[in-house]
Write a protein of this length. Structure first.
Length: 249
């Protein structure tokens, strides 16, 4: 009996793993029937597992389908904080902070938020209080823009609506042409979106498949940014992002 119970638990874990893997590769997933057919999991069983995963916040249901939930992403963030990406990025963030005198940060997306997973304080007197692990708006700020600019438009707009609902005190919108410009330029400057006295410039970190997995940013006071050419800062940030990607392969 115990052996059968253990076998059943193993099968359930395998099914859950295959569901999460399927959604992460194909999300947003709107068709349970298609997922059932591809994973060879009976539709009734799949419905129950998906509902349980949603209730436990391992999956999130949006208007256009299921996406990986914040608990999975949060676990991934904690893993990242102790492993590959942060370890590879740390010396580059330190160098970038010394070169610019600004704070340098590494952000990842957690549902409709962005989370700081590593940060180096610059030499400035004014040090914006951003803590590692803190959730910030995805719809505002340089890193939020970078983490969403390369997404498919429908997915991006759904996430930004959720972000505005979660952080209604932060007001910021852009049109389709603006997002295209960000992708072409490869970086974005944000001035006074969350705080009128602060500014930030960010660039994407891509994985080997070309997906944006993190945002590398420098931040500080608007006064600090006014003393430097944004294009010069952008050149340093994008070069660091490129080197982190190469080192991380």
């Amino acid at each position: 009996m115990e052996r059968a119970s253990g076998t059943n638990k193993t099968l359930i874990i395998q099914k859950i793993g295959s569901i999460l893997d399927f959604v992460s590769r194909n999300g947003p997933v709107s068709s349970i029937s298609k997922m059932s057919a591809e994973l060879e999991i009976p539709r009734g069983t799949l419905h129950r597992l998906v509902n349980d995963l949603e209730e436990a916040q391992f999956l999130t249901r949006y208007e256009n389908g299921y996406e990986i939930g914040w608990r999975v992403l949060s676990l991934a963030v904690h893993a990242l904080n102790n492993r590959d990406m942060v370890e590879v990025a740390r010396p580059f963030l330190q160098w970038l902070s010394r070169q610019t005198g600004l704070n340098t940060s590494l952000y990842v997306r957690v549902e409709e938020c962005r989370m700081c997973v590593h940060r180096i304080e610059g030499a400035s007197i004014l040090r914006p209080a951003v803590k590692v692990g803190e959730l910030l708006p995805l719809h505002a700020g340089a890193s939020g823009r970078i983490l969403t600019a390369w997404l498919e438009e429908t997915q991006r707009e759904a996430l930004l609506r959720s972000s505005r609902g979660r952080f209604p005190e932060v007001v910021s919108t852009h049109d389709v042409a603006w997002w295209k410009k960000v992708r072409e330029q490869g970086w974005v400057l944000s001035v006074g979106e969350r705080d009128p006295e602060l500014a930030a410039l960010a660039a994407p970190l891509f994985d080997v498949s070309g997906m944006v997995v993190a945002s590398l940013s420098v931040s500080g006071s608007t006064f600090q940014f006014s003393k430097q050419d944004p294009n010069d800062i952008a050149e340093l940030v994008t070069e660091c992002a490129r080197k982190i990607r190469l080192q991380g392969r």
